[in-house]
Design a protein around this ligand. Structure first.
Ligand SMILES: CC(C)(COP(=O)(O)OP(=O)(O)OC[C@H]1O[C@@H](n2cnc3c(N)ncnc32)[C@H](O)[C@@H]1OP(=O)(O)O)[C@@H](O)C(=O)NCCC(=O)NCCS
Length: 209
C-alpha cells in the first residue's frame, strides 16, 4: 500500500472510484464524483492534500481537502479547513484503509500549518482519527439551530490552541454544492459513466459512512 499525490492521469479513475464508493450510500446514486471533478479548479482546493492510495497496482482510496472559514460571533472570518469526499473502493471498505489514508493526510495537513478542520461525517468512523462533535468546541453548523448538538458535524484542532475559546458558525464552502447549483451539467457529466441503478435504501438520509 502506498499514498501519493493524485496525478492528472488518475483523474478519471479517481472520479470513478468516488462514484463507486458513494453510490446509493447517502441517497439514490451520488454526486460526490462531480464535486471532485469541479473542485480541482477551485481556488479553495489544496493540491498538496489531493491524495490517492494504491494497493495491488490500482487506486483504492482518495481524499481531497479544501480551505473553508468560520464566521466568528463578532462577524470576522476565521480561516479553517475541511475535507472530502474521502473514498475507499467498496471491496476494500472496513479493512483499515480509510483510517490509514485519513491519518496520513491529517499528519501532512498539520505539518502544512492547518490548525482546524470541520466537516460533516459519521463520528463512528472519524472518532478514530481524533474528531469529536464540533458543538463541544462551540463551532455551530449553519443549517441547524445554534444550541443543538449536531451529531454529524465534527471538528478537530490539529494545532493545539489554534481555535482557543472562540465561538462561531461553519458553512461548507460553495464548491460542495456544485451539483445542486447546476443539475443539467451534472447529468451530462454523469452520463459519461457506465449506467448504475439508483436505489432508495434504508438509512440513506442519515450522515453515515
Ligand atoms: C467512510 C470510508 C472512507 C471509511 O473507510 P474504511 O476503510 O471503510 O474504514 P476503516 O476500515 O478504516 O474503519 C476504521 C473504523 O472506523 C469505524 N467505521 C468505519 N466505517 C464505519 C461505518 N460505516 N459505520 C460505523 N463505523 C465505521 C469502525 O470502527 C472501523 O473499524 P472496524 O471495521 O474494525 O469496526 C469508506 O467506508 C467509504 O469510502 N465509504 C463511502 C463513502 C463515504 O461515506 N465517505 C465518507 C463521507 S463522510
Amino acid at each position: 500500500m502506498n499514498i501519493q499525490l493524485e496525478q492528472p492521469k488518475d483523474y478519471r479513475e479517481v472520479e470513478n472510484l468516488t462514484r463507486e464508493a458513494f453510490w446509493n450510500v447517502y441517497r439514490p446514486g451520488c454526486t460526490e464524483h462531480y464535486v471532485l471533478n469541479q473542485y480541482r479548479n477551485n481556488p479553495d482546493f489544496i493540491p498538496e492534500l489531493d491524495l490517492v492510495m494504491e494497493e495491488e497496482g490500482r487506486i483504492i482510496g482518495h481524499v481531497m481537502f479544501s480551505k473553508a472559514e468560520i464566521i466568528l460571533d463578532d462577524g470576522s472570518h476565521f480561516p479553517s479547513w475541511t475535507f472530502g469526499p474521502i473514498s475507499i473502493a467498496p471491496e476494500y471498505k472496513r479493512k483499515g484503509y480509510g483510517l490509514r489514508l485519513l491519518n496520513y493526510a491529517l499528519e501532512k495537513a498539520k505539518k502544512m500549518g492547518i490548525g482546524l478542520i470541520s466537516m460533516e461525517g459519521n463520528i463512528e468512523f472519524y472518532k478514530h482519527a481524533g474528531f469529536d462533535l464540533a458543538s463541544k468546541m462551540k463551532i455551530h453548523y449553519h443549517a441547524e439551530p445554534r444550541e443543538s448538538e449536531v451529531p454529524y458535524f465534527l471538528a478537530q484542532e490539529l494545532i493545539p490552541g489554534y481555535w482557543g475559546n472562540r465561538e462561531g458558525t461553519y458553512c461548507p464552502p460553495k464548491g460542495y454544492f456544485v451539483a445542486d447549483e447546476n443539475p443539467e451539467a451534472f447529468e451530462k457529466y454523469e452520463a459519461t459513466f457506465p449506467k448504475k441503478e439508483k436505489l432508495h435504501l434504508p438509512g440513506q438520509l442519515s450522515i453515515g459512512a
